[in-house]
Design a protein around this ligand. Structure first.
Ligand SMILES: Nc1ncnc2c1ncn2[C@@H]1O[C@H](COP(=O)(O)OP(=O)(O)O)[C@@H](O)[C@H]1O
Ligand SMILES: [Mg+2]
Length: 233
């Protein structure tokens, strides 16, 4: 496969980007320029930088929601350029967003089940799994609540339960605490950290909150679409 020969397999990287650039013709924006980085399996990294520095663009490329204009993204040593991105997003990554993106007319348990509709799980299995996922995020007994009957922090817990429903290898969180007060935000981060530990998941958190960023073992810093610090030793 093109580009495969150049990937660095000497590290236990789960995600690598190789000179990744993303140009948006609309607005004539170079959102990312020549970004190369590696994220180790099981690592907790944060991606920081001012608004507009390219954080979400980078996370979307890693998550297979977008493709680079040039350069390459590798997951577990495989280039995403030739991957089935639908399947990749469904099976390998779990997304968490600032605004939760829960479906308002579905209950918490139904929202959690959304990713499972594409699996072979039966209705009973889906319901059982949703209950245990809700318990895992501290929401036992809330399965029948609609999003509007839950607090922001509780909605984010539902979104996290949904993100981990298919047991992803990597959780990609874009400003997961951005809509929350600092106390519930920190509780969300602690939940993500505990899931990382119990499931050996890799955790990538985009944030501009220093208290959130500093919990990671490493901070990747972007400025004007360029990698200015990869946070390594
Ligand atoms: N779909 C898009 N079309 C055009 N410009 C975009 C698009 N997405 C992001 N951008 C631009 O790319 C730059 C980086 O955006 P983004 O990655 O969202 O930054 P951050 O998440 O760090 O705030 C910004 O100038 C933004 O306006
Ligand atoms: Mg953003």
């Amino acid at each position: 496969m093109p580009g495969q020969a150049s990937v660095d397999r000497s590290t236990d990287a789960i995600v690598q980007t190789h000179s990744v650039s993303r140009y948006f013709p609309r607005g004539d924006v170079h959102a990312l320029h020549d970004v190369s980085l590696a994220i180790t399996r099981g690592e907790h990294v944060s991606i920081v930088g001012k608004s507009g520095s390219g954080k979400s663009t980078l996370l979307n490329l890693i998550g297979g929601m977008d493709r680079p204009t040039s350069g390459e993204v590798y997951f577990d040593g495989q280039s995403l350029a030739t991957a089935n991105l639908d399947r990749y997003r469904r099976q390998q990554v779990g997304f968490v967003f600032q605004r939760y993106y829960l479906l308002p007319n579905l209950t918490a348990a139904e929202n959690v089940q959304i990713p499972m509709f594409e699996t072979s799980a039966s209705a009973n299995e889906r319901a059982e799994t949703a209950n245990s996922l809700l318990a895992q995020v501290g929401l036992s007994g809330r399965g029948r609540h609609l999003p509007r009957q839950l607090s922001g922090g509780e909605c984010q817990r539902v979104a996290i339960a949904r993100a981990i429903a298919n047991r992803p290898q990597v959780i990609l969180a874009d400003e997961p605490t951005g809509a929350l007060d600092s106390e519930s935000g920190m509780a969300i981060l602690e939940l993500l950290e505990s899931l990382r530990e119990t499931s050996q998941t890799t955790l990538v958190v985009v944030t501009h909150d220093e208290a959130v960023a500093s919990r990671a073992s490493r901070q990747i810093v972007l400025a004007d679409g360029e990698l200015v610090d990869s946070g390594g030793a």
